[in-house]
Design a protein around this ligand. Structure first.
Ligand code: AP5
Ligand code: MG
Length: 208
């Protein structure tokens, strides 16, 4: 199953992908997570994109496409994948069409106030990136990851200024992909309100 998770920042793409990857036994490929891994490891790519991510701007298409091509060529992606946060521009989507076939693009929809609440309360494990929320999904011990005990941090792009910019960038550059995939007959709209389990159930039904 080859899936794309579309939707604004904070809609819950990463949270639902984490459930779906186990349910469907396919890898969760998040371009944001891949960039953050490079930033943590201080690779040359990481150094190049660090400020871009912190500001909430998009990494240039050529750089992003190269990274995704390499990731999709790995063995575990041969039977399917969840692409979370890619494509994010029309040129990225056109390039993806040349690389592989897509079964379904899920468009997670959430109102702006909900997005702001979700992003401002988000905390992530420093190394693994595991996702928490101060109110909606708090860790058992405050400030620590349930699985590893590592510290929870706020993503540098979850500041008010960067959130506003990310929403703007989403409207201008990524929202046009909704019509792109709708015109190809593979788009499914999913309401991203409710619990993650309810949203995953809707996702599963939409795919089936
Ligand atoms: P990326 O990491 O993809 O960020 P994003 O698209 O802004 O999305 P988020 O990860 O912020 O939100 P999400 O929808 O995954 O929500 P989550 O599940 O965490 O990209 C980061 C940056 O990388 C970009 O800005 C750009 O610079 C660069 N980049 C990435 N891809 C690129 C590309 N293709 N081209 C160019 N540049 C690229 O949930 C959010 C919060 O809500 C969490 O706290 C969670 O616990 C909570 N929550 C989730 N679901 C629920 C629920 N149902 N109920 C209550 N709370 C919930
Ligand atoms: Mg995410």
């Amino acid at each position: 199953m080859r899936l794309i998770f579309l939707g604004p920042p904070g809609a819950g793409k990463g949270t639902i992908a984490d459930i779906a990857k186990d349910a469907f036994s396919i890898p969760h490929i998040s371009t944001g997570d891949l960039f953050r891994m490079h930033i943590r490891s201080e690779t040359s790519l990481g150094k190049r994109v660090k400020q871009i991510l912190a500001a909430g701007d998009l990494v240039p298409d050529s750089v992003t496409i190269e990274m995704v091509k390499e990731r999709l060529a790995e063995d575990d992606a041969s039977a399917g994948f969840i692409l979370d946060g890619f494509p994010r521009t029309i040129p990225q989507a056109e390039t993806l069409e040349k690389i592989t076939h897509i079964d379904c693009a899920l468009n997670f929809e959430a109102p702006r106030e909900m997005i702001i609440k979700r992003l401002s309360g988000r905390r992530v494990a420093k190394q693994s990136g595991r996702i928490y929320h101060l109110e909606y999904n708090p860790p058992k011990v405050p400030g620590k990851c349930d699985l590893t005990g590592e510290p929870l941090i706020q993503r540098p792009d979850d500041t008010e200024e960067a959130i506003v910019n990310r929403l703007e960038v989403y409207q201008q550059q990524t929202a046009p992909l909704i019509d792109f995939y709708r015109s190809k007959g593979v788009l499914k709209d999913i309401s991203a309100t409710g619990t993650p389990e309810e949203i995953f159930q809707r996702t599963r039904e939409a795919i089936e």
